[in-house]
Design a protein around this ligand. Structure first.
Ligand SMILES: Cc1ncc(COP(=O)(O)O)c(C=O)c1O
Length: 404
């Protein structure tokens, strides 16, 4: 019987506990493992080097780790994926996908050098694609014009939905329909697998910064890719060769956070909904970006593709950059800091921080302005959050209210 995802989150990767006689996941810090015999060691190395998920012996921690493997299995079930591959950070997981494209090219004896991407993306993802470090040329397009750009040189289509920091939504099914069979990578960090499952909609990769909701407590740097077994084998090969492995302690913490993911996501989302209503009525706020607005979601992506609205809100201040700076300085309960998805609420300035690495024209194309601030809502008591935001808004000079 298939369990509901909330139950799956509590029990995933723990199926053998009775057999093992334990109630918490064993934490394996070994960097090397005894090989039963040279022959079996060789077989295990061959299997892992080909990208298999398991072998008789883990051999060495860069090739396999049982604690990480346990978390990967639990997470893959939540994404309804055949497999998932964990990395030391979200950026390492995106790098893993990009390098796996090279492995496919070597297998196929062709070179596909172009990536089609929809802005905005998280700042470092945008920069990684735009700077050409990995030898790909990127074509930035509107989500409705992807089909126009497809040819045999395209290796990957990259989208983020909801996108960082404007919360704009991308229709995954439409992207897949336009792709002509080119793999589609969806950054699912803002939604989590509880609100959105990109592989069910035809995407090939769902990537996450596990540093956010999946870790959930602001103390783990992590990334993960959910995909099919064919791509998973290539991505594991990249991980073995480039070593961006997730540490087993981080995997243990991520696995421990999975059972409370639904509670945290739901509470933060409920808080965000209330804050949006109150912010919308405040005269210092010029515009709000939030997936729950009908005009930002004309094709009903919320409901059809995404089960909720998430817990990030971006606002445009009437007073522009000066007001955004003051807001960040004036909050007392919110922490002025990048990142999101933690139990506590954070506030940051995308143009100056998370997206500073993106060239000015890229920020402009992605709709990222100097007067924008991004709020990552946590699970605190709602009225305490509002009181803090309200006093920060009220402490802005009255003058700025007239400068819209
Ligand atoms: C949407 C998104 N994707 C990827 C990343 C990169 O993840 P990490 O910081 O874990 O490398 C981030 C980080 O903020 C992000 O917001």
């Amino acid at each position: 019987m298939a369990y509901h995802s909330d139950t799956q989150a509590v029990h995933g990767g723990r199926e053998d506990f009775r057999e093992l006689g334990v109630h918490a996941p064993p934490l394996d810090f070994s960097t090397t493992y005894p090989v039963p015999s040279l022959e079996s060691g060789r077989d295990s190395i061959d299997a892992l080097a080909q990208g298999k998920a398991n072998a008789d012996s883990p051999i060495y921690a860069r090739l396999h780790n049982p604690t990480v493997d346990r978390y990967e299995k639990a997470f893959a079930a939540m994404e309804k994926a055949e497999a998932s591959i964990a990395f030391a950070s979200g950026m390492a997981s995106i790098h893993g996908v990009l390098q796996a494209l090279r492995i496919r090219d070597m297998q196929d004896g062709v070179k596909r050098n172009r990536i089609i991407a929809v802005r905005p993306l998280y700042g470092c993802t945008d920069h990684l694609l735009a700077c050409g470090l990995l030898g790909f040329d990127v074509t930035w397009v509107n989500q409705d014009r992807i089909a126009d750009e497809i040819d045999e040189t395209v290796a990957l289509i990259v989208v983020e939905t909801p996108a960082n920091p404007t919360l704009s939504l991308v229709d995954i099914e439409s992207v897949v329909t336009q792709s002509g069979g080119v793999p589609v990578m969806v950054d699912n960090t803002f939604a989590t697998p509880l609100l959105q499952q990109p592989l069910e909609l035809g995407a090939t990769f769902s990537v996450h910064s596990g540093t956010k909701y999946l870790g959930g407590h602001g103390d783990v740097l992590a990334g993960i890719v959910a995909t099919n077994e064919e791509w998973a084998a290539r991505i594991r090969q990249v991980r073995i060769l480039t070593g961006g492995n997730l540490h087993p302690m981080a995997a243990y913490l991520l696995h421990r956070s999975l059972p409370t993911l639904a509670l945290r996501v739901e509470r933060a989302q409920e808080n965000a909904r209330t804050l949006v209503d109150r912010l919308a009525a405040h005269p210092q706020v010029a515009a709000l970006y939030y997936p729950g607005f009908a005009d930002s979601d004309p094709t009903d992506i919320v409901g059809r593709q995404m089960k909720g609205t998430g817990s990030v809100i971006t606002l445009e201040m009437h007073g522009g950059f000066a007001a955004a700076t003051s807001m960040m300085q004036n909050v007392k309960l919110f922490t002025p800091a990048v990142s999101l998805g933690s139990t506590d609420s954070l506030i940051e300035h995308p143009a100056g921080l998370t997206h500073r690495i993106v060239a000015e024209e890229g920020r402009e194309e992605g709709g990222i302005t100097e007067g924008m601030i991004r709020i990552a809502v946590g699970i605190e008591y709602i009225d305490d959050l509002w009181v803090d935001l309200e006093q920060a808004l009220e402490s802005l000079p009255v003058l700025t209210r007239r400068t819209a």
